[in-house]
Design a binder for this molecule. Sequence first.
Ligand code: URA
Ligand code: SF4
Length: 213
Amino acid sequence: MESEHTLMEIAQEISQCKKCGLAGTRKNAVPGEGPSNAEIMLIGEGPGFYENEQGRPFVGQAGKFLNELLKNGGLNREDVFITNVVKCRPPGNRDPQDVELAACAGYLERQIEAINPLIILTLGRFSMARYFQTAKISAIHGRASWMDGRLIVAMYHPAAGLHQPNLKADIMSDFALLPGFIEKARSERDRQQAESEPASEDRQEDATQLSFF
Ligand code: URA
Ligand code: SF4
């Protein structure tokens, strides 16, 4: 499959990348994993200790919690594509820096283009900032916005739920909204496709604004 091949090429480039300083301290780059035709893509922050060891995303404690959250949202981890805004571990799990985010952004953009997911879940504030530059995660978590043919949903980072028990309930209820988001996103894409077909003039104009529903 075409997109699968593209993703493999991107992963290959990432594994040898030296575009930022994180290359010097990584053990394994973590390109991401999941089906090349995934309907849902998750974007986290960056690899932690275990991810750096194994070269796979979300395999530590936060990953275990993420698997649980996905299950509660009616999804299997195997069905979603999971990656991060930076593909190499920031030492000591510090925040990724602006230069690192900028150096790495092209890989994520190409992954999104290849997969063309219907829904993107941003996990935490660094991936949220790609879509909602000035938003506060405490204000928009669990809310969705239709952008350029897909639904973007801002979620708290799973690690936040592990470290701050008062956020755990919020994260769980945000993920429980997923089945509804999937249904709405599918019908919005269908509606837009029907609209772009020639017979669309005959259709009733009932476009609903999907911003932050
Ligand atoms: N946290 C992240 O943001 N990404 C991972 O891959 C693991 C933990
Ligand atoms: Fe390259 Fe991204 Fe790794 Fe930096 S974090 S070395 S840009 S793959």
